[in-house]
Design a protein around this ligand. Structure first.
Ligand SMILES: Cc1cc2nc3c(=O)[nH]c(=O)nc-3n(C[C@H](O)[C@H](O)[C@H](O)COP(=O)(O)OP(=O)(O)OC[C@H]3O[C@@H](n4cnc5c(N)ncnc54)[C@H](O)[C@@H]3O)c2cc1C
Length: 486
C-alpha cells in the first residue's frame, strides 16, 4: 500500500480524532525522551475508545502494518519509538483518559490507559485515597505505559511495582479482538494469569486500553527526613534500623550520594540545598503515619512521630551510622527535597547536553540490598581501570535494591568511550550477575537492552517468550524491534 492509499484507508477508519499525517505533527511522537532514538512514522492515530483501537488493529493486522503503542513517550530505553523506515503507525492512547469507575468502598479505580499518572493521584486524593505509583515522569507518563513497563518508582518498598497494583486489564489483541479482564477481585484463580503476561510486555503483545488499579488509605501524615550516612554500608544498616522501628511504614528510601548532588546543583535552577556541604551519602526517607495520636502535639507542643524519629536518629548517631539529619518541618521543605530527587533524570540529561561528552551509559540495575556495597566497590574498581576519567553518577531506590548506575564517558571518540562503551556495559553486567542482580530493574528492555536480554535471560525462559510472542502476534506487527529477537 503506498502512502496515498494508506492515508485514504486511515481516513476511512472513521476515527473521532483526526489522524496526524505530516512529519511536523509526528515530531513529539517519533523521538524518545533522552534524544537517543529518532524514528519515523506513517501516521499517528489517537483513538478515543476501545472499539476504535480494535478497528485500527484489525486494519493493521489485515495489511501487515507495524503498530507502536504509545503513552506519554517517557521511556528511557527507546521502547515507544518507531524504527526509521516510516512504515509504522503510532497508536497514541492520549485521548483515552477517562475514569470509567471509581469504587471508594472497594478502594479501586478503573481508568482508560491514556490517563496521566498524576491525574489519577489528583482524582483519588480528593476522596482521601492514595494511588502509590509515583515517579519523576508522573506529569506526563500514562497508566498504560506504566503497566506496559511494569514501572517501579519511589514507593515500591511498601506497595510493590505497577504489577502488584493492578487487579484487571482490558486489552486489544494484535488481530483486533478485545479481551476484557477488568476485575475488582483480589482472588480469581481461573487458570493462567493472562493479565500478568501483558504487564511489562512493552506493547509487544497487544494494546492495554483500560485497567482496574488498587487504591490505599491516604496516610494522615508523611514525615520526610534527609540523613547523611557517609557510606553505602551505613545507608543499608540505616534501612534495617528504620524497618525495625517502622515496619511497613517506610514509603520511600532513596540514595542520593555526593555525585548526585553535584549534578543536581549544576543543573537545577534556584536549587535549595538543606545543608552547607554536599553530603557524601545522603538518604531521603518518607515515613507514613496512620494514627491520629502520633500526629497530635503533646504537652511540649511536639508531635510524637517526630519525637520517635529523633530518638532513632540519636541511636544512629551513637552507632556512627549517620553524621547529620534534617527532618522537614513543613510541606514546602518536603516538596523541595522531593523535587530535586524527581528531577534526577532531567538533571543528568542537562549535564550531558552541557558537556562535550558524547554519551552516558545508562544502567538501571537491581541487587540484593546487602550486596550493594560490595557491588559498588567492585564496579568502581573495574570502571577506573577500564579508561581514565570516567565518572559514575549513581542514585536510586535503595530500599528496593535498585540503582541507576550511569557512567559518563571521557569524550574519547567514537562513542565517548574509545569505542568500548558496549564492553564497559558488558563488564558491569558481569559484576551485577556475580552478585545475583538484574541488569533491568524498572525501565524495561525496549531497544536499548534487547541484546542484554538475549545474553542474560535464562535460555529456556527466553525461548518461551519468543514462542508466546509468535503465538499472540503471528504477523509480528506489535512494536517490532523491541524486547525480543524472534
Ligand atoms: C524523568 C523520568 C523519570 C523516570 N522515573 C522512573 C522511575 O522512577 N521508575 C520507572 O519505572 N520508570 C521511570 N521512568 C521511565 C518511564 O517514565 C516509565 O517507563 C513509564 O512507565 C513509561 O510510561 P509512558 O506512558 O511514558 O510510556 P511510553 O514511554 O509511551 O511507552 C513505554 C512502553 O510501553 C508501551 N505502551 C505504552 N502504552 C501502552 C498501552 N496502552 N498498551 C500497550 N503498550 C503500551 C510502549 O509501546 C513502550 O513499549 C522515568 C522517565 C523519566 C523521563
Amino acid at each position: 500500500m503506498n502512502t496515498k492509499e494508506l492515508n485514504f484507508e486511515i481516513q476511512n477508519l472513521g476515527l473521532k480524532n483526526p489522524p496526524l499525517l505530516s512529519e511536523d505533527e509526528h515530531l513529539k511522537y517519533v523521538n524518545d525522551w533522552r534524544g537517543q532514538y529518532i524514528g519515523r512514522a506513517a501516521a499517528v492515530l489517537r483513538p478515543s475508545n476501545t472499539l476504535e483501537v480494535s478497528n485500527i488493529m484489525k486494519f493493521a493486522f489485515d495489511n501487515n502494518i507495524p503498530i507502536v503503542p504509545q503513552g506519554g513517550n517517557t521511556s528511557l530505553c527507546g521502547a515507544a519509538t518507531p524504527d526509521n523506515t516510516g512504515d509504522s503507525i503510532i497508536v497514541s492512547l492520549e485521548k483515552m483518559n477517562n475514569v470509567r469507575q471509581f469504587n471508594k468502598n472497594a478502594q479501586t479505580i478503573t481508568v482508560e490507559s491514556g490517563m496521566i499518572l498524576s491525574q489519577i493521584h489528583d482524582v483519588v486524593e480528593k476522596e482521601g485515597l492514595f494511588f502509590p505509583l509515583s515517579l519523576g515522569a508522573k506529569g506526563s507518563c500514562m497508566i498504560g505505559g506504566n503497566l506496559s513497563t511494569n514501572a517501579g518508582g519511589v514507593n515500591v518498598l511498601k506497595y510493590g511495582n505497577t504489577r502488584e497494583l493492578c487487579l484487571g486489564l482490558e486489552i486489544v489483541l494484535p488481530d483486533g479482538r478485545i479481551m476484557n479482564l477488568l476485575s475488582e477481585l483480589k482472588k480469581d484463580n481461573t487458570g493462567y494469569d493472562l493479565k500478568n503476561l501483558f504487564i511489562g510486555a512493552e506493547g509487544t503483545l497487544g494494546i492495554i486500553t483500560a485497567a482496574t488499579m488498587r487504591l490505599f488509605r491516604l496516610p494522615k501524615m508523611i514525615t520526610t527526613l534527609f540523613v547523611e550516612a557517609n557510606k553505602i554500608s551505613n545507608a543499608v544498616k540505616l534501612l534495617n534500623v528504620f524497618n525495625t522501628h517502622f515496619p511497613d511504614r517506610i514509603e520511600s528510601f532513596e540514595l542520593m550520594p555526593k555525585v548526585f548532588w553535584e549534578v543536581a546543583k549544576n543543573n537545577i535552577e534556584n536549587i535549595k540545598l538543606p545543608f552547607e556541604n554536599l553530603p557524601d551519602m545522603g538518604v531521603l526517607i518518607d515515613i507514613s503515619s496512620f494514627s491520629k495520636s502520633e500526629i497530635t502535639s503533646n504537652e511540649n507542643g511536639q508531635l510524637p512521630i517526630i519525637k520517635s524519629i529523633e530518638n532513632i536518629l540519636e541511636e544512629c548517631f551513637d552507632l556512627e551510622l549517620i553524621s547529620n539529619a534534617t527532618i522537614c518541618n513543613n510541606e514546602a521543605q518536603r516538596k523541595s527535597l522531593w523535587s530535586i530527587r524527581e528531577a534526577a533524570a532531567e538533571s543528568e540529561k542537562k549535564e550531558l547536553e552541557n558537556s562535550n561528552l558524547i554519551k552516558c551509559l545508562k544502567h538501571d540495575i537491581s541487587l540484593p540490598v546487602e550486596s550493594i556495597d560490595d557491588f559498588h566497590k567492585e564496579a568502581q574498581k573495574m570502571i577506573s581501570e577500564f579508561l581514565p576519567d570516567l565518572k559514575t553518577i549513581y542514585f536510586g531506590h535503595l530500599g528496593d535494591g535498585n540503582l541507576h548506575y550511569n557512567v559518563f564517558g571521557n569524550g574519547s571518540l567514537p562513542d565517548g568511550f574509545q569505542g568500548k562503551s558496549i564492553n564497559l556495559t558488558t563488564e558491569l553486567y558481569k559484576i551485577v550477575h556475580k552478585y545475583n542482580g538484574s541488569f533491568s530493574a524498572e525501565h524495561g528492555i525496549g531497544q536499548l537492552k534487547k541484546n542484554n536480554l538475549k545474553n542474560h535471560k535464562n535460555k529456556t525462559a527466553y525461548s518461551l517468550m519468543t514462542i508466546i510472542k509468535k503465538q499472540l502476534d503471528p504477523k509480528g506487527i506489535m512494536n517490532p524491534g523491541k524486547v525480543l529477537f524472534y
